[in-house]
Design a protein around this ligand. Sequence first.
Ligand SMILES: C[S@@+](CC[C@H](N)C(=O)[O-])C[C@H]1O[C@@H](n2cnc3c(N)ncnc32)[C@H](O)[C@@H]1O
Length: 293
Amino acid sequence: MDQRELDIVRRAFAKQVMAAAGADHAGVEAGFAAVRREDFLESGPWRVLRWGRGYVPTPSGDPVYLLTDDVVAILPEKHINNGQPSLHAWLMASAAPSAGEHVVHIGAGVGYYTAILAHAVGPAGRVTAIEFDAGLAERATANLAALPQARVIQGDGSVVPFDPADVIYVNAGATRPADRWLDGLREGGRLILPLTTNQGFIAGRSVSPAQLGFDRRGAVFLIERRGADWLAKWLSPVAIFPCEGMRDAASEAALAAAFEKGGWRDVTRLYRGNDAPAENCWLSAPGWSLAYR
Ligand SMILES: C[S@@+](CC[C@H](N)C(=O)[O-])C[C@H]1O[C@@H](n2cnc3c(N)ncnc32)[C@H](O)[C@@H]1O
């Protein structure tokens, strides 16, 4: 397909991923319509993840094969992938980035979703992308060079300093919220937080999420800073690559126990510390809890 045709298909793709996600956010949709996924991945054919079959090559290197709701390999040997567009559409729309805001993107990979976030905040906004893997951070830096509102830092996003953020968009599985993320949110700021058990990502497994029973293995929560309160809302089940530096045994055990008992959709609050009464908690771990009220 030529570029003019691809531009049209990309606009349809943007509408379809937003509809598949049940998401409504003009800036995120405009980002999906504008950003060329092929510019962020190496030249095709690309390897897409097919449940039950593992990575399967696209029929050719025509970028139209990237304008689908598929997970695409970035570093297949490490099981690092460019995530599913409709999942990101839902999570980014739920974070509600608006023009002029500062977004911190942790686990940016090669920067495709960073670029979409940069479109959502516009030229008056900023996106700080943090990627742990040095080679990927280098690729993201090159891929994002044309977007002055985006910059890439190579490092551990659970400790790297960053300016106060309106949105922190975490794309790797933690067992708990990092103090750096909660402290780094402005008043009214939103954190997209994937929490996963040790079963939340099984490298090389290509069975479907439903077969994995993955709604009991990981979940993404929206955390919102409101004065002294931290509002929490369940957004989605998730199976995702682990977050370096953010996995501890005590929180992992508490998460696994909480998933076993169910009830994650009713969570409304995050507490720092252990002040929430036990009967109000979905999850209680050393130093933090997620509770129903
Ligand atoms: C599931 S991949 C997602 C990549 C990208 N968001 C995408 O969909 O194209 C997770 C990424 O998080 C990175 N990562 C893991 N722990 C990290 C940390 N503590 N700080 C920054 N990046 C991290 C990994 O290197 C990997 O590139």
